[in-house]
Design a protein around this ligand. Structure first.
Ligand code: CMP
Length: 255
């Protein structure tokens, strides 16, 4: 299994794309602006989209991808998300006003998108892949995903904030080899981080002491313009941890 980072920025700008991860060419985890770099042929290969939450920077690519594939798709794309996230998407985006309801187009029997509600901490199997959604704390209902590879376990938190529920869940995993987790703001913006429920380096460094595993860390979702400052602060806050600041185009191997 291989994850390609199509986008992992907290915003847009030259070379920056918002969150979208491509798992083995046929599964998207989140559908931010990174989806826009896939060719039409690559978009046609997507069979499932797993969403962490309904914020625009994580879902906008789904709207455009559905429209792109209107005449090209052979089977519906499964869109997997929590009940709350699906409800928000259907009510506020795919509502015929902001965007057509592609779960009814081209026709009701064989639509472009098919909604699948996820239950937290219940495994779903997509091919040989075992994927488990888990609840995280954000300003809107949000979840992360654990993906079990043949030789290791990867977890992606999505957008999240300090919360013991997260560490308790991760500590219950038999192993955790790779953890993709966000830091959106530098330390001097901790108040904005608190309001918008995003980590800063010092806060994450403190919270990680609650994690019993010692995974490699993949840091993501830095807001545009804050990257260098966050990197400087992480040298102190995450000293002793094995970590990288993820960039668009990076790959994470799960086998
Ligand atoms: N009070 C606020 N609550 C939530 N988001 C905010 C607030 N103020 C500013 N924001 C920004 O709005 C953004 C929405 O997407 P994000 O959660 O990635 O990051 C959020 C912040 O950058």
């Amino acid at each position: 299994m291989r994850i390609k980072v199509l986008g992992c920025s907290g915003g847009v700008g030259p070379g920056l794309r918002t969150t979208s991860l491509l798992l083995d060419d046929e599964i998207l985890i989140d559908a931010g602006t990174g989806v826009g770099d896939l060719t039409l042929a690559q978009q046609q290969r997507i069979r499932h989209v797993l969403l962490t939450h309904a914020h625009l920077d994580h879902v906008c690519g789904l709207a455009f991808m559905a429209d792109n594939l209107f005449d090209l798709i052979e089977a519906p794309i499964g869109v997997h998300a929590s009940r709350e996230t699906l409800q928000t998407l259907r009510q506020h985006i795919f509502n015929w006003e902001i965007w057509p309801d592609f779960s009814r187009l081209p026709d009701e029997e064989s639509p472009l998108l098919r909604w699948h509600e996820l239950a937290m901490e219940e495994v779903i199997e997509l091919g040989e892949r075992r994927i488990t959604p888990f609840r995280v704390l954000h300003t809107v209902p949000a979840n992360g995903y654990v993906i079990d590879g043949r030789h290791g376990t990867f977890a992606f938190t999505g957008d999240t904030y300090a919360d013991d529920v997260l560490w308790t869940f991760l500590n219950r995993l038999p192993r955790l080899d790779k953890l993709m987790i966000e830091i959106a703001f530098p330390d001097h913006e901790a108040a904005l981080g608190h309001a918008s429920k995003h980590f800063t380096p010092a806060l994450l460094g403190g919270e990680l002491r609650k994690l019993d595993h010692r995974p490699k860390l993949y840091l993501t979702h830095h807001k545009p313009g804050t990257e260098a400052q966050i990197e400087r602060e992480c040298r102190q806050a995450l000293r002793g941890y094995d970590y990288v600041h993820l960039k668009r185009g990076d790959t994470i191997s799960l086998s």
